[in-house]
Design a protein around this ligand. Structure first.
Ligand code: PMP
Length: 409
């Protein structure tokens, strides 16, 4: 689908939640980087699972167990196609990006990091891609190094090349920043890291719904995705990993499903992906997630990114038209997803958020789980508007109009 043929009204009609008033105004939902809304097919699939199919998966001898297992594994195949993984078994279900990163840090990190090794992250990481590495570095004696950024929110690639060395064992980097929108040059990062023998984990929390993903072409070692930021349910995430790495990693948690044979003396572990899926997974939400992927595929990533870029450009052009220096934008990278952080002069971001909420506009305020990044800019937090494919130009105008009134007050 091209952006010119996108039928936004039809897209919006699939999202029941969008058709409501908040504080006496039509809801304008611009908090998509925190979580996207869910299309009706996802909601219905979740209801249907509990109404019609609910059973525990994989070992049941009865029809419902068989059916639920089939649906669950269908989603795994959809994920495989969505990211172009070589095998479905390389796609592990987790709770979200946070759990996916912790899994890699606590298994791959614990098994392979040694004192003096280095883990590289960037200044614009979400706390989920900082703290797990801090924890494992502390445990193993490895060092955490941070790639600086430029004032416009782009990664300082020169500094990255200086930091990269044979000591570097893991590069863990956000694909698209949730606070600034910056799209990082991940292919270049991956290829350079591989040259020194390091592996790369990408935090794909924000990339998932906006950018085309091809893990084989990227040659990325680990990619993490979050269902709830991708029009899917909460509590579903994906860890993609290359088989050769997943096979040699120890398990994350012990329990049912992840074993081949258990005795009191010793246990042998299951094959991937089950080795990393101990216990009963989030069956219903995983099954419903497939419909979120179908929703995105039905529109196409190219059309999505084109439309969202139009929304972002319209917003930024509108701000410039104010002719006011009373609003400051953060994040001016050349390549961006549709996320814009800003501050109104003299106004705490939370107060701006509350005033916008009174007009029915949902934005996020605060540090966006990127406190070191906020420190870099010398601020406590920002107001963040983040756009999704179901947003309209008229909605952007409502936001612009509200901000204009605030800056002229
Ligand atoms: N990384 C980034 C860039 C994010 O935006 C988020 C969610 N705000 C996360 C990680 C954490 O993802 P999850 O909610 O799936 O744990």
């Amino acid at each position: 689908m091209s952006v010119t043929t996108l039928d936004i009204n039809f897209i919006r009609s699939q999202f029941p939640i969008l058709h409501q008033e908040v504080n006496g105004h039509p809801l304008v939902y611009f908090d998509n980087a925190a979580t996207t809304q869910k299309p009706i097919k996802v909601i219905e699939a979740l209801g249907d699972y509990y109404k019609l199919h609910n059973a525990n998966i994989h070992r049941g001898a009865h029809a419902l167990a068989d059916r639920s297992t089939g649906f669950f594994e269908d989603t795994r195949k959809s994920v495989q196609q969505f990211i172009n993984a070589k095998e479905a078994a390389e796609c592990i279900f987790t709770k979200g990006v946070t759990e996916s990163i912790n899994l890699v840090a606590q298994t791959y990190g614990k098994a392979f990091l040694k004192p003096g090794d280095e883990v590289l992250i960037s200044y614009m990481e979400h706390h989920s891609n900082i703290v797990p590495w801090q924890m494992i570095c502390e445990e193993t004696g490895a060092h955490l190094k941070v790639i600086p950024i430029h004032e416009n929110g782009e990664l300082d690639l020169e500094a990255f090349y200086k930091l990269l060395s044979v000591q570097t064992k893991i590069v863990a980097c956000v694909w698209a920043s949730n606070a600034l929108g910056t799209i990082n040059p991940v292919k270049e990062i991956i290829d350079s890291a591989h040259k020194v023998g390091a592996i790369v984990l990408l935090d794909g929390a924000q990339a998932g719904s906006h950018l085309p993903i091809n893990v084989q072409q990227l040659d990325v070692d680990f990619l993490t995705l979050s269902g709830h930021k991708l029009y899917g349910p909460t509590g579903v995430g994906v860890l993609y990993g290359k088989r050769e790495l997943l096979d040699k990693m120890p398990p994350y948690q012990g329990g049912g499903e992840m074993i081949k044979e258990v005795s009191f003396e010793s246990t042998t572990y299951n094959e991937i992906p089950f080795k990393f899926e101990a216990g009963t997974p989030n069956i219903g939400d995983v099954i419903a997630f497939k419909y979120a992927l179908e929703f995105v595929n039905g529109i196409g990533k190219d059309a999505i990114i084109q439309w969202e870029s139009k929304l972002l450009n319209h917003f930024n052009a509108g701000i410039r038209e104010f002719g006011s220096n009373r609003i400051k934008l953060f994040g001016a990278a050349k390549e961006k997803v549709a996320v814009q952080s800003f501050l109104l002069e003299g106004k705490h971001p939370f107060d701006t958020g509350l005033l916008l909420d009174a007009r029915g506009i949902a934005v996020r305020t605060g540090h966006h789980c990127t406190q070191p990044l906020m420190k870099f800019f010398g601020i406590e937090g920002t107001v963040r508007a983040s756009f999704a494919v179901y947003n309209t130009m008229e909605e952007v105008d409502v936001l612009l109009d509200s901000l204009k009134k605030m800056v002229n007050r």
